[in-house]
Write a protein that binds this ligand. Structure first.
Ligand SMILES: *Cc1c(COP(=O)(O)O)cnc(C)c1O
Length: 385
């Protein structure tokens, strides 16, 4: 991400704000789109919970991607921004009646369902609407994604999905109901996955499941392998684009799709994290007995990932090139967890310096709050700056 060319504009802009580099966005989408073509009938869905900014979503639309929604609000927003229902899939363990109706009224491609009571309610509501809802069953494949415990989703102990042994009875149950149809299988084993072996293990598991369903003459129309492709938070400038090539090739090599089947994936952070940065100003540098603090004007109300799951966002000082020193980089919020990093090496930093926290384009602004009556942080693209 080329930030230096924007420094003068950053200096003139009120901080903090999220900055999105549209050149890098276009390059990222292009690579994802190109590499996905190795799989026939592939549809890339953008998990819009990662970033629901209207400009970003307009580029998602232009790239021809679909949407993975996890709430009725996301479906509505996607439809308002021009996405057709048949490009939207809807996941979530706790869909309310209102949200299910939003999905039905917009004729979404499918509901990714996670429990028996949910299937019964969708059937009832679809009957009221005189429609038949397509259902993909989210199967919990019990695969360890070797990622942080707060972001694994595919283990038996997680709240997500239907256990493998319940899959066939669940399909049989769907077949008994009048206003739902079994459409496909859905998986999502976790986030920030960098070990491609996890996706290979998932592919092999899906192959086994497919064989057992075929033996019972159950037809599966779509295979959705979820999201979770990770990015390089440690080297965002050197490696700004996720390894889409390895990701799609793993599925090409190991996942046995049938000719009539469509392939879906739901990429979130891999599509948006690296072209976003949180731009913040140093308010004070405070020298304490054992350490020094660089206190910036952004806090965890603007970027909560470090406080929520100890995630690392690389910090760069865009306005100093002096020798490096160590700082605790902290926000102004009255909570001790309002820390972006401890012992961060930064060039000697002073009041007024502009700091960029990198890899901020996913799960950044969407998780922002107004805690402490702080204004909701703004988002500015390179085209708007
Ligand atoms: C969050 C989520 C994703 C996207 O996850 P990333 O790690 O950002 O790729 C995809 N699918 C579902 C169902 C999700 O909940």
């Amino acid at each position: 991400m080329e930030l230096n060319k924007y420094i003068d504009k950053f200096k003139k802009t009120e901080t903090p704000f999220y900055f999105y580099d549209i050149d890098l966005l276009k390059q990222t989408f292009k690579e994802a789109q190109q590499h996905s073509q190795v799989i026939p009938n592939a549809m890339v869905h953008f998990a819009m919970k990662a970033n629901s900014n209207a400009s970003i979503l307009s580029y998602v639309h232009q790239a021809g991607f679909g949407i993975d929604a996890v709430s009725g609000g996301e479906i509505q927003r996607a439809v308002e921004l021009g996405f057709c229902g048949d490009r939207i899939v809807f996941a979530g363990v706790g869909k309310t009646d209102k949200e299910i109706l939003i999905g039905l009224d917009n004729d979404i491609l499918c509901f990714n369902v996670e429990s028996i009571p949910e299937i019964e309610v969708i059937n009832e509501l679809a009957k009221e609407r005189g429609k038949t809802a397509r259902l993909a069953i989210r199967v919990n494949p019990n695969i360890d994604a070797h990622t942080h415990k707060n972001i694994t989703t595919g283990l038996e102990e997680n709240k997500f999905g239907i256990a493998l042994e319940d899959l066939i009875p669940t399909i049989r149950m769907i077949q008994e109901l009048s206003n739902v149809e079994y459409y496909g299988l859905h998986f999502h084993i976790g986030s920030q996955i960098l070990d491609m072996e996890c996706f290979k293990a998932l592919s092999l598991k899906v192959n086994d499941i497919q064989e057992s369903l075929e033996a019972l003459h159950i037809q599966t129309n779509s295979i959705n392998i979820g999201g979770g492709l990770g990015i390089d938070y440690n080297h965002p400038q050197e490696k700004p684009i996720a390894d889409f090539k390895s990701y799609f090739n793993i599925f090409k090599d190991y996942l046995k799709l049938r000719p009539h089947q469509s392939f879906h994936c739901e990429l979130g952070r891999a599509l948006t994290a690296q072209y976003g940065a949180l731009i913040t100003r140093v308010i004070f540098v405070k020298k304490a007995k054992v350490k020094q603090f660089a206190i910036v004007d952004a806090g965890f109300s603007d970027l909560i990932r470090p406080s929520l799951y100890q995630s690392y966002h690389k910090a760069v000082n865009l306005t100093s090139n002096k020798p490096e020193e160590k700082y605790d980089l902290v926000g102004p919020i009255c909570e001790s967890t309002d820390v972006f990093g401890e012992n961060v090496s930064l060039p000697q930093t002073q009041r007024g310096d502009i700091i960029a926290l990198l890899s901020g384009g996913a799960y950044g602004h969407v998780m922002a709050s107004q805690y402490n009556c702080r204004p909701l942080i703004r988002e500015i693209t390179s085209e708007q700056l």
